[in-house]
Design a protein around this ligand. Structure first.
Ligand code: HMG
Ligand code: MG
Length: 298
């Protein structure tokens, strides 16, 4: 358990894309800078997707542009070559493609089948390799789908394998609607690790049913060491009523530090960044740790 754990902060993208109140590019840049200053050096900062689909992510080019000189690795989502063109023009060095393990979510999210989405990603990944741009691969709905219900581990293995073989450096397994349990997370990681090295798997767990920390702990026991989380537990899922955001970064950091895993994250700075964002979106952080620290302070 005491090995290094890599946290990928996804609040500025996965979190803010699902908040009702859109946040302008300047405030997103300030948020990202505050997160980096708190010690989170890998941050997903935006998405080059249809503005009709996700209006919260407009001006992601300005966000990337505003991070010049900031020492971090900044990721952006791209669903197709149009998004890739825009990301590269804005200076992206790491892009993420996102497929689904279930057909229903693929249709709703990116308006195509899983197989069609892979065909769209092929030229994106090929061009990225030629441009020396790193590509991360997401698989969504790995522990359940809001449309199709149960998702078999083999469906996840198949998509993860394809993305890995195409050249993604890391595969992030998304429990998009947060329905997983530790046993399911453990079985899934074991299954996917037969195709993709465990060290290259990220756990991207939403916290709808309050299981995300337990799921992460089970995954760590299996050897997984990359965790996606969102400051304050920002976000939700537009296709799953009541779904909450990613596991909160504060909660993950608190658990890891308590396990003797040094994260390099300064909690007070992280909570301050979360609080500033909370003022802009008009709600208190979902993070239990942030809430506890705020309560203690007041
Ligand atoms: P479509 O309607 O099938 O695409 O959408 P299209 O090619 O027919 O184009 C329709 C319009 O979108 C056109 O504009 C295109 O130019 C434009 P119009 O002529 O109507 O004015 N368009 C674009 N605009 C900006 N950037 C682009 C782009 N591509 C086309 N890249 C599409 C297909 C994929 C574009 C759309 O469905 C889309 O953008 N979806 C994105 C959805 C999204 O971002 N979802 C959230 C991220 S996934 C997630 O959160 C899960 C994750 O966190 C993991 C987990 O939790 O499991 C990653
Ligand atoms: Mg997500």
């Amino acid at each position: 358990m005491s090995d290094q754990v890599h946290i990928v902060e996804v609040g500025p993208r996965d979190g803010l894309q699902n908040e009702k109140t859109a946040v302008d590019a300047g405030a997103r840049i300030a948020f990202i800078k505050a997160l980096v200053a708190a010690g989170l050096h890998t941050v997903e900062v935006g998405a080059f997707v249809s503005p009709k689909a996700i209006p919260q992510m407009v001006n992601s080019d300005q966000v990337l542009g505003g991070l010049g000189g900031v020492g971090g690795e900044f990721h952006v989502l791209v669903p197709n070559e149009k998004g890739y063109d825009a990301a590269i023009a804005a200076g992206a060095k790491v892009v993420a493609v996102f497929a689904s393990a279930s057909e229903g979510f693929s249709r709703a999210n990116i308006n195509c089948s899983v197989a069609e989405s892979i065909e769209r990603f092929k030229p994106v990944i090929a061009r990225a390799r030629a441009d020396a741009v790193k590509v991360r691969g997401y698989v969504s709905c790995v522990l359940g789908c809001p449309f199709d219900g149960e998702v078999k581990p083999q469906a996840v293995v198949d998509v993860a394998q394809v993305l890995w073989d195409l050249g993604c450096y890391e595969i992030s397994l998304g429990d998009t609607i947060g329905v997983g349990t530790p046993l399911k997370a453990r079985r899934l990681l074991r299954a996917v690790a037969g195709s993709v090295p465990m060290a290259r798997l990220a756990m991207h767990f939403h916290d709808t049913y309050g299981q995300a920390l337990a799921n992460l702990y089970a995954g760590m026991e299996e050897g997984a060491r990359v965790i996606d989380s969102a400051a304050g537990g920002l976000g939700g899922c537009p296709y799953a009523p009541g779904a909450t955001g990613n596991v909160a970064t504060e909660d993950v950091v608190y658990m890891l530090e308590g396990e003797g895993v040094a994260t390099g994250v300064e909690m007070s700075k992280l909570v301050a960044a979360t609080n500033e964002m909370g003022k802009l979106i008009g709600r208190a952080p979902v993070s239990r740790v942030a809430a506890a620290i705020n309560a203690k302070r007041s």
